[in-house]
Each structure stands twice: as C-alpha cells, then as structure tokens.
Design a protein around this ligand. Structure first.
Ligand code: ATP
Ligand code: MG
Length: 422
C-alpha cells in the first residue's frame, strides 16, 4: 500500500508529558510547520518513555502515515528510550556511529570537560537510519523507514527540536514529497455568534475536504475562523483564499472585528482612538477586569478617562451618584441601576461613552428571579443610555466574570461599529 505523503502523525515522548508536569508544545509547532508544506497532521500521540509502548505506536503509525514526526527521549540517560523503540519497530539493532561519537567527544573537548560515558548512548542509532545532526545540543536525531512510513525523531528541548525540524527535516520532506501544493492561510475574528450559528451559516465550507478548508475555534465569546487554501501555485492558493475570505467578510460583516489581532479590546481601542471618543467604565461584578482589558491596549490613555469598581451599593451611590431609592426598589443587579451607573460614570468623568456592568457572579446570591449568571449592562453614549441584559449560566464564578467582561467589550465595540462614520 502506498501511503499518502501529505498525511502525517506527530508523537510527543516523555514521562513528564503524561504525568502532567509538562505540556506538549512541540507537537503543535511541528504540525503547524508541516501544514505550511501542505502536509496535514491528522493525529497527535503523547507517550511516556516506555520501549514497548513506543515500539507499538511507531509500528502502528508508520503503517497508517507516510510521515511520523516524534520528539523527545533522545537524552543520554537510561530513561530515554526512543532510539531503542525505533530500532525495535524497524526490526534492526542499534549501531554505534563512530562519526557521531567523535563529534560528541569533540564537543566536550571544546568545553574542556571529559565526556561522561552515558553520552555514548547518543551516538547509537538504528541500523540504516539517516542521522540528523544537532546544531545546538548533544542529541542528534534520525530518520528511519518503518514499513511504508518514515519515522523522524527530533530532540525534546523545543529550541533543538525547531532547529532540527527547520534545518534537516523540512528540506527532506520538500525534496521527497516534491514542492507539493502551496498553502495560504488567514484568520477572521468574530463576536456575538455561537459556534453552532456560525456552522449553520457556512454549510459545507467546513467540510474536511473543502478547499479552502475552514476551521473555527471559540474562546470566551470570540470565534476564530481559520481559512487555509492550497493550490499548485502560491498565487492560486492566495486567489482561492481571497475569494472565500471575501465571502466570509460579507456574510459576517456584523460580527467581524479583526483579521489578525484576536483580542477584542484592541479592535475597540482602535475605534476609540480613530474617532477620538473618550471612555469611562463602572464595574461591579467584574471587579475591574473590563478596565484591565482596556488598559492593555497601548496608547489608550488618549481616550480612556477612568474606571470605577463600585462593588457596594454605597459606592454606587457615592462615586456614581446612583439614587439609593432606585437600588432599594430594583436591586443593584437591574437594568435601572446599570443604566444609572453608566450615566453616572459619563457625567462624573465627562466621557462621551460610558459602560457599566452589574451582575451575580455566584456561586451564592442567586434567586429564582435573579439567578447566578444574570448580568446587566448600561451603555451611555453622548447622553443617550441603553440597558442590556445577559444570562451566563450555568457557569462557575470565574467563567461568568470572563464572559461578562468579554460582553462588556463587545457592547462597546458594537455601539461604535453601529455608527460607522458618525
Ligand atoms: P536531551 O536529553 O538531549 O535534552 P531529549 O531528546 O532526551 O533531549 P527530553 O529528555 O525528552 O529530550 O526532553 C528534554 C526537555 O525538553 C524536557 O525536560 C522539556 O523541558 C522539553 N520537552 C521535551 N518534550 C517536549 C514537548 N513535547 N513539548 C515541550 N517541551 C518538551
Ligand atoms: Mg525525556
């Protein structure tokens, strides 16, 4: 069976990875780099330093995939067993490379230190393997055919892994798989849309075989739609990409806030700065998170006046001039009080745009009428105030605060977006 040279698997090796003390970042970096060549990583495997398990995994993956890229377990100590496992999977012995051994001894001589005997292990490779030199560490990698698949083993330390990937493996993949299709990609960032609504509106554009291929990920209210087009030439790929991106921009114009920067506060900051509109915030349940996000934007001091954290009723009355009667009548979490907070923030700061947020983050304090996750917002723009209600539930306190913060930024962004050119 001839394997499709554009399908790959990625393996991360190390006990620390399966014990949870280290997160695997190598695999994602490898997959992203392969994708640029048009090679799709369809599977990630994370395995401990166990010869038998690694051998089985190498055999299985090389049976299914033309390219299997592994990282880790090439160290000099006995717990690093990737070399042994690869040799076993290929059914060959390990063989000492005099050349690599001499190079290793040279490395230590240059450091004026004796080479520990343990390092000799790093000069042993499966018989028939192509050795890939390591330009910034002591563990060379290697490539080895196992059945119809090529297993490439890179060192675990990310810097060494990247270097070998770039210098050794990518050129080899290019030369054996041909240039392959050119790939062009871009991302669109959207708000105010659930993943499922997005999926409904794009239909089969999200099909795995579609070209361009469209993927979407969600993070606290932001949808990131990633497009990747492939074609025989770079121009061809770019054309395909541009056309689909244009369709997406049109279809989601109301939701699109940026094509590069996924942080909503940056899109908001840009609008405020472009139009010179001043802003103030008054927060209760988000405790300053909104102000924190806004002040993350460089240069925002030109338009951001001030922010209050008015957690108690007393503070809402004293700092924002909210009527105590209003709070007594409707409660601090109400559209009436949210509106009054926004008006108070606008009045006190003199800002043209003011936002307020007041809600129940839980876990306690909810009632049937006002459940945990209920959040009211006020937006005051040049004296005109509007109130908005959201229900984030059932979620934990931190998630509610995160969503509430994101929605505050979204409301501000929308209020500016809807008045284009004003
Ligand atoms: P060497 O022993 O020569 O440093 P090695 O190939 O044996 O290289 P490992 O012992 O497996 O590499 O890993 C060395 C270090 O590299 C780990 O402690 C960790 O900091 C980092 N590392 C290994 N694998 C990964 C991974 N998948 N993602 C992120 N970091 C990793
Ligand atoms: Mg290790």
């Amino acid at each position: 069976m001839i394997l499709d040279p554009r399908r790959a698997a990625v393996v991360a090796i190390g006990n620390e990875l399966i014990e949870g003390s280290l997160a695997d970042t190598n695999s994602g970096a490898i997959a992203a780099r392969l994708a640029e060549l048009g090679v799709v990583a369809e599977q990630f495997a994370v395995l401990g330093d166990d010869v038998a398990q690694l051998e089985r995994a190498f055999l299985g993956l090389c049976h299914d995939y033309a390219i299997v890229v592994a990282s880790g377990g090439l160290g000099p100590t006995l717990d690093d067993v990737t070399r042994e496992a690869a040799a076993a999977a290929a059914g060959v012995p390990l063989e000492l490379s005099e050349e690599v051994l001499a190079w290793l001894r040279g490395l230590y001589r240059a450091r004026n230190r004796p080479m520990p005997e343990a390092n000799v292990r790093q000069a042993r490779f499966p018989l028939g393997a192509q050795i890939m030199p390591n330009s910034c560490g002591t563990a060379p990698g290697f490539r080895l055919w196992i059945g119809g698949g090529m297993l490439a083993v890179l060192p675990g330390p990310p810097r060494e892994m990247r270097e070998m990937l770039e210098q050794q493996l990518i050129p080899w993949i290019r030369s054996t798989c041909g240039e392959g299709p050119a790939v062009a990609s871009t991302s669109l960032n959207l708000v105010g849309l659930a993943e499922s609504q997005f999926a409904d509106q794009v239909g089969d554009w999200m099909d795995r075989r579609a070209n361009p291929r469209l993927d979407v990920t969600a993070h606290f209210g932001v949808l990131r739609a990633k497009l990747r087009a492939s074609a025989a030439t770079r121009e061809g790929a770019q054309r395909l990409l541009d056309e689909r991106a244009r369709q997406l921009r049109e279809r989601f114009a109301e939701h699109l806030f940026s094509e590069d920067e996924p942080r909503l506060e940056f899109a908001l900051g840009r609008l405020l700065l472009e139009r010179g509109i001043t802003l103030a915030t008054a927060e209760s349940c988000t405790g300053g998170l909104v102000a924190g996000r806004i002040t993350a934007v460089p240069g925002i001091s030109a338009v951001y006046r001030e922010g209050w954290v008015t957690y108690s009723n007393e503070a809402k009355i004293r700092s924002l001039g909210v009527d105590g009667e209003l709070i007594a009548r409707h409660g601090a979490v109400s559209s009436e009080v949210a509106a009054a907070m926004a008006q108070g923030a606008a009045r006190t700061s003199g800002a043209r745009l003011a936002l307020s947020v007041t809600g129940i983050a839980g876990p306690d304090g909810g009632t049937a009428e006002k459940p945990v996750g209920l959040v009211h917002y006020g937006v005051c723009r040049d004296g005109a105030v509007s109130a908005h209600e959201r229900r984030f539930a059932p979620l934990d306190r931190e998630s509610i605060r995160q969503y509430a913060t994101h929605t505050a930024l979204e409301l501000l962004w929308r209020s500016l977006r809807s008045e284009r050119g004003r």
